[in-house]
Design a protein around this ligand. Structure first.
Ligand SMILES: O=C(O)CCC(=O)C(=O)O
Ligand SMILES: [Fe+2]
Length: 838
């Protein structure tokens, strides 16, 4: 064998420290001849045998057909050694020469570079010895894409690629890139995963580790993968340039099915119009891949219509290069920057098992933009790359949050099936979705709702369990509340910790039983906020909206989060009527003599205005009852009273003015059904078509408004902290508020308690219709500007709502109606935080 045995070796990676400094002169020499014969793998010229010596570069003077020299470099241009290349490139005349590789075994990584006129080119390229199983593992995957489909229907071009759905539920994107190369890349993340799984079967992690060592990278992530076919290439057309990432992004090309003639060119820059003539080519060998890095122009060219390679894009992803890589949208799997960042530090594990896949890939949760099309047109529209970037969830590009539940599902799957765990009533799922598993655990157990409530000793239902809504990475912090923006990594860690908390505590510990259905993330930004410290800063609010991310499941229950203190009730049972009786006595009526036989007068002068008794417990109710109704079954009649001129005209005008300034909005109604977390919604409803606003800010601070509130306080004897802000209402012609009650049972469980009284104020009267009608009391008010209408919403015993005081605001038939509600609560209202208010 003519080949000197001391040709510099592809030394085991990391086995030496490369010398630093300028290139030795010897390497700047011009072409040298290859020394004749031998039995190299190329047949034409012997390939130097690899040996681990680094001292012999000067003696490595290949002769014969080797005519250029090239160097091993790392990414700092430090010299490792040199290898000859040979001159008789059969396809290109005038090229400097082809690179010749030694035999590489699995894990050997040889950084390579051509040298041209003393200049090193192709700075970040390396040959990589591949594990034996890798090609066959990937080929088997390619076979599953129904090859005939690929080869008989070449896709037109990049923009007109097409999706191929395979029988095993994979989705591939098949497009022809410039020239003659067809790319077949995963069309969704599940397929992407399948590809990575095959890579891991082939021990890709081992290869990646070698590459990472060669380039002195901490980590490598296989962020994009595809198959490439060189179909009908007749010239060097498929020129690509790796982006400039400072040495952190690479692509590894793995030969799968090639003839000896299939080649790849690597060149230095695109400035030379004859670039393809100026640099050498590299011919593939079966178990050697080529890793191409920054700024390296390269191309598959020519001659092998069946040529097939796999391309694995690798990067040490960080905040700097993620946007650069992410900017190169161009496959069916758009490289969203957020997605890339979320893969930081991810590496393929050495184990072949699927279970270790989680080591290699970060589950990623991305939200769709606002303008995504509806489902029906998705298939067509999602062929557009931009659409796939903008609507990744809709287009099924990235893993949806549901799969953050993978671990949870595994957890459930690992549990024994508990046959005892059943529902004994069909109503259980409704109970569960209304939050009763949390608030009424004893009843739910009695009903036998163990399954729906996940109460079983071993909660064996992944189906019902949820971490809540999809989590996102972005938060538009308009109010500037976030003091520290969390990194994606931190957000993902928070999601992981949430899963761990669920599996380790919530789903297994008895004291968390009640919260298994309700402990969720109710907002998409929960993990973001939690990672930024909000569980501490905004503890109460977060425990309502994000109990899962804050690990505060028991506080999902508002009775725990917002305790009710009945000791602070402003009136005691039986005292409800005292207020009205005091009014009468203030108007000179002797209330001690009042009885059914001696009812109060219907009209008296009160210091605050002309007082009319519309209804009182001393009035006869029989006229209000149907024939079949018995008086004894009915609660006593309530007090309903009007006081004319309670407000001055000026006060009315000021309130109307403030209402207009604040802006009236479509009114809502309070929903009595709680969501799973025990919160109640305000819903727009057909039964309330008017608009309203709340008197806050300038309105509430206005001395004239304060005067009105002081008067109501004096009149009621209940201090201002028990009132909601005045609700200013406005009805246009045709608007109304259908029969309803101001009492809301859900308020009983809230810190401020139910609305015991309503003071309704009429602010104008230049309209028609619009009276307030109490159908059970056969009374409809006759609106007068400045008039107060006062009634009780609860019976005097404070045990239940007063059914007599259902009421409605009749349709306004002409003009505009303005009014105001002052609602009085049983307990303090003003200091109750928002997160305890519904
Ligand atoms: O506008 C009215 O007359 C009554 C309004 C009312 O009942 C309410 O807003 O709750
Ligand atoms: Fe009302």
């Amino acid at each position: 064998d003519d080949v000197p045995s001391d040709v510099p070796a592809p030394a085991p990676v990391g086995a030496h420290t490369p010398p630093v400094g300028p290139l030795p002169d010897a390497l700047l020499d011009d072409e040298e001849e290859c020394s004749s014969s031998g039995s190299g793998i190329k047949g034409a010229c012997d390939v130097p045998t690899a040996t681990p010596s680094l001292d012999a570069e000067e003696t490595a003077k290949p002769t014969g057909r080797f005519y250029c020299s090239h160097s091993y470099v790392n990414r700092h241009y430090e010299l490792f050694g040199s290898l000859p290349c040979y001159s008789d490139n059969p396809y290109r005349s005038g090229s400097i020469g082809d690179f010749v590789t030694p035999d590489l075994s699995d894990g050997d990584t040889v950084p390579v570079a051509w040298r041209n006129g003393g200049k090193l080119v192709g700075e970040y390229a390396a040959l990589v010895g591949l594990p034996d199983g890798l090609s066959s593992s990937l080929l088997s995957l390619y076979d599953e894409i129904e090859q005939p489909n690929v080869s008989s229907n070449p896709a037109a071009d990049e923009d007109n690629g097409r999706f191929i759905s395979t029988t095993n539920d994979q989705l591939w994107w098949h497009a022809e890139t410039s020239g003659c190369v067809q790319h077949i890349s995963p069309g969704d993340e599940a397929t992407h995963d399948a590809f990575l799984e095959r890579l891991s079967i082939g021990h890709l992690d081992h290869t990646l580790r070698s590459i990472a060592k060669t380039y002195e990278l901490e980590t490598l992530t296989a962020y994009e993968v595809s198959f490439a076919r060189s179909a009908n290439c007749s010239s060097l057309e498929d020129l690509e340039v790796q982006p400039e990432t400072g040495g952190y992004a690479y692509k590894l090309v793995i030969p799968l099915s090639l003839r000896m003639t299939a080649s790849m060119v690597i060149i230095d820059d695109g400035k030379d119009p004859d670039w393809h003539l100026s640099r050498g080519t590299y011919s593939y060998q079966s178990s050697v891949g080529i890793c191409i890095g920054d700024n390296v122009q390269h191309s598959i060219f020519d001659v092998d219509p069946t040529g097939l390679v796999a391309i694995v894009h690798l990067a040490e992803i960080d905040e700097v290069n993620a946007p650069m890589i992410g900017g190169m949208v161009g496959s069916a799997f758009p490289l969203h920057v957020d997605w890339l960042e979320s893969q930081i530090g991810r590496h393929y594990d050495i184990k072949n098992e699927k279970a270790t896949m989680s080591q290699g890939r970060r589950r990623f949760h991305l939200a769709d933009g606002d303008d995504c099309p509806d489902e029906s047109t998705v298939e067509e529209q999602c062929r557009d790359i931009q659409m796939r970037v903008d609507c990744p969830v809709l287009c099924n590009v990235y893993v949806s949050t549901q799969t953050a539940n993978d671990q949870i599902e595994l957890f459930f799957a690992s549990l024994p099936i508990d046959d005892e765990c059943i529902d004994e009533s069909n109503e259980c799922s409704d109970f569960a979705s209304s939050g009763m598993c949390m608030t009424d655990m004893e009843e739910m157990i009695e009903y036998g709702c163990n399954w729906s409530c996940l109460y079983c000793q071993v909660p064996s239902s992944a189906e019902l369990f949820s971490l809540g809504v999809d989590q996102v990475f972005e938060y538009d912090d308009e109010e500037g509340l976030v003091t520290r923006v969390p990194s994606h990594q931190e957000i993902l860690e928070r999601i992981d910790q949430t899963v761990t908390h669920m599996i380790g505590t919530v789903l297994v510990q008895d004291d968390h039983k009640a919260y298994r259905i309700s402990c969720r993330n109710y907002q998409p930004q929960c993990s973001y906020w939690a990672a930024s410290g909000w569980c501490e800063t905004y503890a109460g609010w977060m425990s309502q909206h994000c109990p899962a991310a804050c690990f505060t499941c028991p506080l999902a229950d508002h009775t725990k989060r917002c305790p009710v203190d009945k000791e602070t009730n402003v009136i005691q049972p039986g005292e409800m009527n005292f207020m009205y009786e005091r009014w009468l006595s203030e108007a000179g009526v002797d209330i001690s003599t009042l009885s059914l036989d001696n009812p109060p007068p219907t009209s008296v002068d009160h210091p605050f205005g002309k007082l009319t008794v519309v209804s009182s417990p001393y009035y006869d109710m029989t006229r209000l009852l149907d024939d079949d109704e018995d008086e004894d079954d009915q609660p006593p009649l309530p007090w309903v009273i009007t006081i004319e001129d309670f407000l001055t005209g000026e006060e009315c005008d000021v309130l109307i003015k403030h209402g207009s300034e604040l802006g009236y909005e479509q009114s809502t109604q309070y929903s009595n059904t709680a969501d799973v977390g025990g919160s109640h919604e305000f819903i727009e409803s057909e039964s309330r078509t008017s608009t309203n606003t709340f008197c806050q800010g300038d309105c509430d601070a206005d001395p004239i408004v304060r005067g009105v509130i002081d008067r109501i306080v004096e009149m009621s004897g209940i201090t201002a902290n028990h009132y909601e802000k005045l609700q200013l209402v406005r009805y246009e012609v045709g608007q109304y508020y259908k029969e309803h009650h101001d009492y809301a049972s859900a308020h009983e469980e809230l810190p401020f308690g139910p609305r015991i009284l309503t003071f309704f104020l009429y602010l104008n009267d230049d309209y028609e219709g619009g009276g307030t009608s109490f159908n059970y009391l056969s009374f409809t008010s006759n609106p007068k500007r400045g008039m107060l209408l006062a009634w009780s919403n609860m019976q005097s015993d404070l045990q239940s709502m007063d059914d007599w005081t259902w009421h409605e605001a009749l349709t306004v038939t002409k003009g505009l109606k303005y009014g105001a509600n002052a609602w009085v609560h049983l307990r303090d209202y003003s200091s109750v935080p928002d997160y305890c208010s519904n």
